[in-house]
Design a protein around this ligand. Sequence first.
Ligand code: AMP
Length: 221
Amino acid sequence: MTPVNIVLIGPPGCGKGTQAVRLAERYTIPQISTGEILRAAVRAGTPLGQQVAATLASGSLVGDEMMTDLVRDRLAQPDVARGFVLDGFPRTVVQAQTLDEMIGPTTIVVLIDVPDAEIVRRMGTRRVCDACRLTQSVSDAFHPDSEPCPYCGGNLVRRPDDEPGTVKHRLATYATFAAPIIEHYRSRRTFRSIQGTRHADKVTAAITKHIETCLKHSAEK
Ligand code: AMP
């Protein structure tokens, strides 16, 4: 069976994580979030975590070599035999070229497009449970003392890099690197840009439709 290799790109807060979880479930493939791998390393205080902690806190990008080594190791694991959903990688053209070398150009690439103003709004209400790690959206009137995680009762906390100043820097970083990456993929039949401002279910439906078309094409070959 052809592996289902999916890459989600888009600005921070566009919904890559939410969609990646859904696609991973639908196609029974692992979700690989480079941001989550790095944050877990920081939490665990591993040598990798110590190396990247300051970069993550600032909202800048970790170096290409470190990221491509990390992804190469992850894609060598047996659980990716049926495919994978990559969320947060590639973020530079060097990373995109290296990914092509690793798995070939047949990867299904989806850009989830969301304007900056909407991203800033979403990041303002984004919280992560410090116990179950689920990312959630809270109301504007959210009060941390009286509103625990509805799933496990843990504390809902803001990711340090979701602080408004850091969000601005992350969006600026994205703006610098996004256009060349999109250019790298744009001419491919397997690339699709999807409007991410709609309800998450509609976004999932649009992404799934694109994936099914790509899979049908590759089966016909
Ligand atoms: P994310 O959860 O995808 O927003 O990633 C959080 C942070 O991890 C980013 O702001 C970067 O500092 C770092 N990071 C994640 N993926 C990459 C990548 N592919 N290249 C460089 N830095 C990354």
